[in-house]
Ligand binder design. Structure first.
Ligand code: SF4
Ligand code: SF4
Length: 266
């Protein structure tokens, strides 16, 4: 926590992120599906890989055994992401030297060793240090952590709204435990529980995928007969789709209640 560089990929023993390895790009990106996928391939890796010569067979078997349907064809889903610990709290690269007695096997990967080793996603740049440290306190679960951490709009908008509400930027320590942490966790859990989420497989947050392109979705407020919502960015992050103005109003109430819960507990 005192390190000026905040490591978002593998921050602690209780969580990690695997978003840029394509984890959330499987068409079935539910937690249960991903846990099953990662558990099986991790066991296969430990049972069958003794060195780089075993990797082609591992890759082939994993691809044959798993459903390869994706949300967006152009984004690669890497077969080498698995669980790094027996408790299945951390997802990450099975080819990393720390997983292989110091041997770096990432040279066989789709992106290559240098890219895998040196990639820092936009969250590193756009999320402030204070916000990063707060996120590390808020989450203790890889699945939700990776989903939210990489949704910069959701993170930035949430922290802006609560900061406006309490007239200061909350210090990260305020999220360590207690009702403020609970309020933030409940808010970010909307990523999993949001009742207005589009069921479309080609949606992920504000993006939708159409053939070889990805685009940013817009909510058709005109059709609903109203102005754009003050929560538009959050709605898009939550892959929202509204069929009526009543639904939009109900969604605004939910978001406002989530913000208010934090402010009231300040
Ligand atoms: S998406 Fe960002 S935080 Fe997540 S593993 Fe990739 S670089 Fe790390
Ligand atoms: S080989 Fe690269 S893309 Fe695949 S899991 Fe490892 S770091 Fe991620």
């Amino acid at each position: 926590m005192n390190d000026p560089f905040v490591h978002l990929c593998q921050p602690d023993a209780g969580k990690s992120c695997g978003a840029c390895c394509g984890l959330y790009n499987y068409a079935d990106g539910t937690r249960a599906s991903l846990v099953g996928r990662l558990r099986t391939r991790t066991a296969r890796f430990h049972a069958s890989v003794r060195g780089s010569e075993d990797l082609p067979a591992f890759s082939e078997q994993t691809r044959q055994a798993e459903d390869q349907a994706k949300r967006y064809e152009v984004i690669y889903c890497c077969e080498y992401i698995g669980f790094l610990d027996p408790e299945e709290k951390r997802v990450g690269c099975l080819l990393h030297p720390l997983q292989n007695d110091g041997a770096d096997l990432r040279g066989v990967s789709f992106y290559g060793r240098e890219l895998c080793d040196g990639h820092f996603c936009p969250s590193y740049h756009y999320i402030s240090r204070q916000e990063k440290l707060a996120l590390l306190h808020i989450f203790d679960d890889w699945y939700l952590y990776g989903l939210c951490l990489t949704d910069i709009d959701l993170v930035k908008t949430y922290f802006r709204l609560i900061s406006d509400g309490v007239c200061e930027a909350p210090a990260p320590e305020r999220f360590q435990n207690g009702p403020l942490r609970e309020a933030a966790r409940r808010f970010f859990a909307f990523k999993l529980t949001w009742p207005f989420r589009s069921p479309a497989v080609n949606r992920l947050g504000k993006y939708y995928f159409d053939g070889s392109q990805y685009m940013i979705k817009h909510i058709d407020y005109e059709r609903l007969g109203c102005e754009p919502s003050r929560f538009d960015r959050i709605f898009l992050s939550l892959s929202s789709e509204f069929t009526s103005r009543e639904a939009l109003t109900a969604a605004e109430r939910l978001i406002q209640a989530g913000i208010d819960e934090f402010i009231e507990n300040w």
